[in-house]
Design a protein around this ligand. Structure first.
Ligand SMILES: NC(=O)c1ccc[n+]([C@@H]2O[C@H](COP(=O)([O-])OP(=O)(O)OC[C@H]3O[C@@H](n4cnc5c(N)ncnc54)[C@H](O)[C@@H]3O)[C@@H](O)[C@H]2O)c1
Ligand SMILES: [Zn+2]
Length: 346
C-alpha cells in the first residue's frame, strides 16, 4: 500500500492506494457511519458495507443537484447523524462530489471520507477537497473546499467498471501527464496496451503518478488561486461540451484537451507535433477525437463557465508536453479559435 497526504487549510487528508474496500471497517471508528453510494456501486459491492446505514443517490450528472442534497439532509436527520458521525461516499466522481458537499454543509461540517470506485475518481475527483453540485445549468457552481479525512483507492473494483468509464478516467490521467510530466506521457504512449488491459502494476503506477501530481498541485494552491488552475486543462471547453453534447465528463474533457492543444498551436506556443502526439494518445485510450457540435450552443455554455471574468477567461494552454501555463484569453479570441475547430451543425 502506498499513501499520500494533503495537509490543507480545510483539513488533512490521507489517500491510501491499494487498500481493499473490504477493509473499510478499519476506517469507520466513529459512533455512527453512514454510507452514500449509487445503485450500480451498491449492486456490485453493497454486500461489503450492508452493516452500515446506506443512502442511495441517483446516477448521472443530472442527479448532481441541490435536490439530492436536500434529500440527503432529510435522511441524515432521520438517521440522527451528528458531528460524531462519519459519512463515507463510495462511488465515482458524482458520489464523491455529492457526499463531500452534503457532509461539509450539514451541521456546518461533519467528518467524511471516500472509497473511489471509478478510475476517474481514483486519479482525480476524490482528491483535492473540491466538492459541489450543479445549479441552473452552471456546472459545480455551488460547493465548498473541504478535505475528506481519507480516500481509499481499491484497484480491484475497476474490474467491474464499463470500458467507457475507464476511458473517461484515462482522459484525466493523460491530462496530468500533459500539464506536468513529459516522462509520464511517454510511459503512457509506450505502455497503453498493458494499461488498457488493467495489468496490476501498470494501474498501480498510473494512479500513483496521477495522485502524486494532483496532491503536489493541491498542496501548493488548495483554493485555486493560481497553480491549481492548471488542473482545469481541457475543462473550459470540456464542461461546455459535456453540457450540450450530453457526453460523460472524461470524454468531454478529452475533446476539450484537443481543442486546448490546437489553440496552443494556433497561438504559436506549442509545436504542432506535440499537439498530434496528444491527439494520438487520446485515441489509443479509446477517446473520441472528433465531435459534431453547434457552435452557438457551445459558446453560450462556455460563457456560463464559472472561471470567466468579464470579457476574459482563464484558459490553460501548453508550452510543451509537460508544461502548462494559464493565460487570460478574450472571449472574442476564443470565439475565433472555436470557429476553426468545431464542425458546426447548427
Ligand atoms: N471534485 C473534483 O475535483 C472533480 C474532479 C474531476 C471530476 N469531478 C466530477 O466527477 C464526475 C464524474 O465522475 P465519474 O467519471 O467517476 O462518473 P460517475 O460517478 O458517474 O461514475 C460513472 C459510472 O460508473 C458506475 N460505477 C462506479 N464505480 C463502479 C464500479 N467499480 N463498477 C461498476 N460501475 C461503477 C457509476 O454508477 C456510474 O454509472 C463529474 O461530475 C465531474 O464533474 C470532480
Ligand atoms: Zn475533470
Amino acid at each position: 500500500m502506498k499513501t499520500f497526504r494533503i495537509d490543507g487549510q480545510t483539513g488533512n487528508c490521507e489517500i491510501i492506494l491499494g487498500e481493499s474496500i473490504s477493509n473499510l471497517n478499519k476506517y469507520c471508528n466513529r459512533e455512527k457511519t453512514v454510507i452514500i453510494t449509487d445503485p450500480n456501486v451498491n449492486f456490485h459491492y453493497g454486500n461489503l458495507f450492508s452493516k452500515f446505514s446506506v443512502i442511495i443517490t441517483g446516477t448521472g450528472e443530472e442527479c448532481k443537484t441541490l435536490d439530492i442534497i436536500k434529500d440527503i439532509y432529510k435522511q441524515f436527520l432521520e438517521l440522527q447523524v451528528d458531528r460524531l458521525s462519519l459519512i463515507v461516499g463510495i462511488g465515482g466522481g458524482i458520489v464523491c462530489d455529492i457526499t463531500g458537499f452534503a457532509a461539509s454543509t450539514y451541521m456546518r461540517g461533519i467528518p467524511f471520507g471516500f472509497v473511489a470506485t471509478t478510475l476517474l475518481a481514483q486519479v482525480d475527483a476524490s482528491t483535492g477537497g473540491k466538492n459541489g453540485v450543479n445549479f441552473e445549468g452552471y456546472k459545480n457552481i455551488i460547493g465548498t473546499f473541504n478535505q475528506p479525512e481519507f480516500v481509499i483507492c481499491d484497484f480491484n473494483v475497476l474490474k467491474t467498471l464499463p470500458h467507457k468509464e475507464l476511458s473517461c478516467g484515462f482522459a484525466e490521467v493523460i491530462k496530468h501527464a500533459v500539464i506536468k510530466d513529459e516522462r509520464y506521457f511517454r510511459y503512457l504512449e509506450e505502455n497503453y496496451s498493458e494499461i488498457l488491459s488493467l495489468r496490476k502494476n501498470e494501474i498501480k503506477k498510473i494512479v500513483q503518478d496521477s495522485i502524486s501530481i494532483k496532491t503536489e498541485i493541491v498542496q501548493s494552491d488548495e483554493k485555486e488561486k493560481g497553480n491549481r488552475k492548471k488542473l482545469n486543462f481541457g475543462h473550459t471547453l470540456g464542461h461546455g461540451i459535456e453540457k450540450i453534447a450530453g457526453l460523460p465528463h472524461g470524454e468531454a474533457v478529452a475533446l476539450g484537451m484537443i481543442f486546448a492543444s490546437n489553440f496552443s498551436v494556433l497561438r504559436g506556443i506549442l509545436q504542432k507535433n506535440d499537439g498530434e502526439r496528444i491527439k494520438k494518445l487520446l485515441k489509443k485510450f479509446n477517446l473520441s477525437i472528433e465531435v459534431k457540435l453547434n457552435k452557438k450552443d457551445l459558446m453560450n455554455a462556455i460563457k456560463k463557465d464559472k472561471k470567466r471574468h468579464s470579457a476574459f477567461i482563464d484558459f490553460v494552454l501548453l508550452e510543451k508536453i509537460g508544461t502548462a501555463r494559464i493565460f487570460k484569453v478574450s472571449i472574442d479570441e476564443l470565439d475565433v479559435a472555436i470557429d476553426e475547430w468545431v464542425m458546426d451543425v447548427g
